[in-house]
Design a protein around this ligand. Structure first.
Ligand code: EPZ
Length: 420
């Protein structure tokens, strides 16, 4: 099993290109099932999760190729299966996103229930409730969601009980081919959902209101082919900004979408970072200063993202002062705390949703273990700032979400090595 070995203590400095967003690529690849015509996707990141989604599409009988410009070409003309098996869904929950498109286009889908997850129970009740409202007949047996829609789905008003990114995406895709108009209330406003809506609109869908809490989808009979460029990854960008901040260094990010990082940039500024922003770049300079502690409370977009909570825990662990971190989206997203304490962080957990972080002057190297994607990245950041050489085990978690992380950190002067 691969590990990362990181010799900490260098103030990172450099320029990095931000990759395409994993959490936009996954629903968009699933969305390619909505049309029989060719679809071309550019700026897709090379990540394990993207490979898993491509494998899932291929297992359904979809033709997926990588062209000479590294774009993904997808033709979902005829399918040989409508089943997403447990073996794939258990390795990546986003596989559940094929449910809406399969049902809408073929009237049939059988998708494994995702089950539990390291960061929380993550039910899919809102996906199922919404699809039923659109007229699908759904039976959940033997760990599978078996859905049928004899004839087209029928557009309707859907009020979601919680703001769910995946639920909004599944329902948005299903409604594009429904008869009549669907309105999704309490919809997720996350930029990745906007990117998905823009992609489906490029194929001829009629979606408006994406990026707001009410999305309107006027169903069409069919979609055509098209091209789409995946938006930049705001969590990858945020992670490298914190890498520079926590080591007292500086970074210049290019191919980034600064407008999607508002809450994160605000907190970095509060922590004492100097930030400059252009259309598609962000420069952060800590000017050698130690960060000031900042309180964090996660909430749906445009609030502070849960996917950046762990990284800010690292920043606060080394900051001047005491801070509170409140996690409101997932009930078990503090797994990194126990590992950070091994490095000398002083953090108290109050139940499942609140942590009090007392900033310390120094973290010291120790062997630690990655437990999920963002928890792993927070440990990488901690190791970069710690004194000595830290080994991080179970690094496969990080490969799900960070393209060529050693290379990118290396471009900032970090001493990182992958060992087996
Ligand atoms: C997406 O997960 C992201 N994944 C997650 O990124 C991200 O943390 C999360 O949104 C929140 O921003 C992808 O985009 C592939 P949700 P998703 O449905 O869609 C509850 C990362 O590190 N809920 O918005 O699964 C749920 O339990 C990952 O890149 C229900 O109760 O998240 C959670 O508490 C991890 N019923 C909350 O809503 C439902 O039917 C938000 O979950 C669905 C969700």
């Amino acid at each position: 099993m691969d590990k990362l070995q990181i010799e900490g203590g260098t103030a990172l400095q450099g320029k990095i290109r931000v990759s395409g967003a994993k959490n936009a690529a996954l629903p968009i690849l699933a969305g390619a099932l909505l049309t029989a015509d060719p679809v071309t996707i550019s700026n897709s990141p090379h990540l394990q999760d993207v490979t898993t989604m491509i494998e899932l599409l291929a297992s359904l009988g979809v033709e997926v190729t990588l062209n000479e410009n590294m774009q993904v070409e997808i033709v979902a003309a005829t399918l040989s299966s409508f089943r997403a098996p447990y073996e794939l869904v258990k390795t990546m929950r986003a596989s559940f996103l094929v449910l809406g498109p399969l049902l809408a286009r073929f009237g049939e889908a059988e998708v494994s229930l995702p089950g539990g997850c390291a960061i929380g129970s993550r039910p899919v009740d809102q996906h199922i409730k919404g699809l039923e409202a659109l007229g699908a007949e759904i039976v959940v047996t033997d760990g599978y969601v078996r859905a049928r829609a004899p004839g087209r789905l029928i557009g309707c008003d859907i009020h979601m009980d919680v703001v769910t990114v995946g639920g909004t995406q599944n329902l948005l895709m299903a409604a594009t081919l429904a008869a009549g108009t669907t309105r999704l209330y309490n919809a997720a406003c996350e930029p990745e959902t906007v990117d998905l809506a823009n992609f489906v609109n490029a194929l001829g869908a009629k979606i408006s209101g994406q990026g707001t809490s009410t999305i309107e989808i006027e169903g069409v009979e069919r979609l055509h082919g098209g091209t789409h460029r995946i938006m930049p990854d705001r969590v990858e960008a945020g992670t490298y900004l914190v890498a520079a901040a926590v080591t007292g260094g500086s970074v210049h990010l290019r191919d980034v979408a600064p407008q999607t990082l508002g809450a994160v940039l605000d907190k970095l500024q509060q922590a004492g970072a100097h930030i400059d922003v252009g259309d598609d770049w962000i420069a952060l300079d800590m000017q050698g200063r130690r960060a000031k502690a900042v309180d964090i409370e996660t909430s749906p977009y445009p609030g502070f993202p849960t996917d950046m909570q762990a990284q800010f825990m690292t920043l606060n662990a080394l900051s001047e002062g005491t801070s509170t971190i409140t996690e409101n989206i997932f009930e078990n997203r503090f797994m990194h705390v126990h590992e950070m304490k091994r490095l000398g962080a002083e953090i108290e957990l109050h139940g499942h949703s609140m942590a009090v972080v007392h900033g310390v002057g120094e973290l010291r190297a120790a062997p630690v273990m990655a437990t999920d994607l963002r928890a792993s990245s927070s440990l990488v950041l901690a190791a970069l700032a710690a004194t000595g050489t830290t080994t991080i085990d179970r690094i496969y978690h990080i490969d799900r979400g960070y393209e060529t992380i050693e290379e990118k950190l290396g471009q900032m002067g970090a001493k990182v090595r992958r060992i087996s």
